[in-house]
Write a protein that binds this ligand. Structure first.
Ligand SMILES: CC(C)(COP(=O)(O)OP(=O)(O)OC[C@H]1O[C@@H](n2cnc3c(N)ncnc32)[C@H](O)[C@@H]1OP(=O)(O)O)[C@@H](O)C(=O)NCCC(=O)NCCS
Length: 201
């Protein structure tokens, strides 16, 4: 792997308040399978990849190896969300919104919903993205009908910047995608303000 790929690598470990986001590695195959399989019904409406589940053990291992190669080559990073020893979901940073930007994706285990896990992960990934000098913006995209997902960028102060038509990719999708965006300066202002508020109690 060349120097260019190394210098483009996205972070593989992010420490948030309660959560640690750690890149999935091939030896996590069993853990990923168990987490996905107990969440199939909850994820199926919104996550296009669930249509291929359950994967064979061999295919899952291959997928994790592909994710590893992708990350090593300076592409996307896919994280497990750890709360202590427990995996409570998955999330990632994707290079599919053009140069200077990253898109965040997330899903949370059914037993940990509505506890701020997606919000905390997305906030930590946004901070990590802006830790890279080449990143100017971070986006979150979701189907218009996915109200649970919508709450995350809204809570974090992302701005709704557009709507786009596309083919529905998962059973509950309408095909209208909402696009939310956070810019580097606005994120650092918000973080500064939040820090001052918590210092003042
Ligand atoms: C979307 C998802 C990741 C949210 O995870 P989460 O950890 O429960 O989200 P949070 O607890 O951080 O919620 C953030 C806000 O989103 C909104 N929200 C989350 N779940 C909601 C629900 N079921 N109904 C309405 N609003 C909801 C709320 O405004 C919430 O803030 P609040 O709890 O203070 O009111 C989770 O529901 C999930 O895994 N869904 C299936 C997969 C998916 O849709 N992924 C996203 C694809 S774009």
């Amino acid at each position: 792997m060349g120097d260019l790929a190394c210098s483009r690598r996205l972070p593989e470990l992010i420490e948030a308040d309660r959560l640690v986001l750690r890149r999935w590695v091939p030896s996590d195959a069993g853990m990923l399978a168990a987490t996905v399989e107990r969440n199939l019904d909850h994820l199926r409406p919104w996550m296009p990849w669930v249509k291929d589940e359950p994967l064979s053990a061999q295919r899952r291992l291959q997928l994790l190896q592909e994710w590893e190669q992708e990350w090593m080559g300076g592409g996307d990073v896919m994280f497990a969300m750890f709360l202590g020893e427990a995996v409570v979901g998955g999330c990632g940073l994707h290079r599919r919104v053009g140069p200077g930007g990253l898109e965040i994706g997330y899903w949370v285990d059914r037993d940990y919903l509505r506890q701020g896990m997606a919000t905390e992960s997305a906030a930590a990934m946004t901070t990590a993205a802006f830790g890279l000098p080449s990143m100017d913006f971070v986006e979150i995209h979701h189907d218009k009908a996915n109200l649970s997902s919508c709450g995350v960028p809204r809570r974090l102060g992302f701005r709704l910047v557009g709507e786009a038509d596309r083919d529905p990719a998962a059973p509950a999708e309408t095909g209208v995608e909402l696009r939310w965006r956070m810019e580097r300066d606005r994120w650092s202002d918000r973080q500064g303000r939040a820090g001052r508020e918590s210092a003042e109690g």
